[in-house]
Write a protein that binds this ligand. Structure first.
Ligand code: ADP
Length: 160
C-alpha cells in the first residue's frame, strides 16, 4: 500500500492545490493532506482548524484522502503516519530551487522517503494562496481560483 503525504500551508486551499490533490489521489492508495503548523508564519489569514475544515470540505468526495496537521519536521511526521511518499506541486521554475532543496534535505534525513513532483495544470501556473488573498483584499473576482464551497469564507475575512 502506498501512503503519501501532501504538506503545505493551504492558507487557504486554492484550485491549484485541489488539482494536485485530485491527481495525486489517483496514484496512491492513501493521501494525507496535512497543514503545516509553521511557527515562523504568524501572519496566516486562517487558523489551522479553519484550514483543516476547508480542506475536509473540498475533499469530501475523494474517498482515499484524509486531512490532518503537523508540527516539526516533515520526515518525523511521515515516519509517524507510515507514509513513504511526499507529494509536492510545481508551478513555474521559481518553485523548483526551493522544492528541490527541500526534497534533497528530506531525503538526507530519511532516505526511504521519496518526493514526487506533480506539475501544475497550466491554468493554475501563477496561482498561489498569497496572490488569491491580495486579489480578495481589493475586491477582485476570485471565482476561478478557489473551490466554490469556501469562497464566501475568504471574502468574509476581508469584509467583516
Ligand atoms: P503557497 O505557495 O500557495 O502558500 P503551500 O505552502 O500551501 O503554497 O503549497 C503546498 C504545495 O502546493 C507546494 O508544493 C506548492 O508548490 C504547491 N502548490 C501551491 N499552489 C499550486 C498551484 N497553483 N499549482 C500546483 N501546485 C501548487
Amino acid at each position: 500500500m502506498i501512503k503519501a503525504i501532501y504538506p503545505g500551508s493551504f492558507d487557504p486551499v486554492t484550485n491549484g492545490h485541489l488539482d494536485i490533490i485530485k491527481r495525486a489521489a489517483k496514484l496512491v492508495d492513501k493521501l494525507v493532506v496535512s497543514v503545516l503548523e509553521n511557527p515562523h508564519k504568524s501572519s496566516s489569514l486562517f487558523t489551522i482548524e479553519e484550514r483543516i475544515n476547508q480542506l475536509k470540505l473540498v475533499t469530501a468526495g475523494i474517498k482515499n484522502v484524509e486531512v490532518s496537521s503537523f508540527k516539526g519536521l516533515l520526515v518525523d511526521y511521515a515516519k509517524q503516519i507510515d507514509a513513504q511518499v511526499v507529494i509536492r506541486g510545481l508551478r513555474a521554475v521559481t518553485d523548483f530551487e526551493s522544492e528541490f532543496q527541500m526534497a534533497l534535505t528530506n531525503r538526507s534525513l530519511m532516505p526511504d522517503l521519496e518526493t514526487f513532483f506533480i506539475p501544475t495544470s497550466v491554468e493554475y501556473l501563477y496561482l498561489s494562496s498569497s496572490t488569491l488573498k491580495e486579489i480578495a483584499m481589493f475586491g477582485g473576482n476570485i471565482c476561478s481560483m478557489i473551490p466554490c464551497e469556501i469562497k464566501q469564507e475568504v471574502l468574509d475575512k476581508f469584509t467583516k
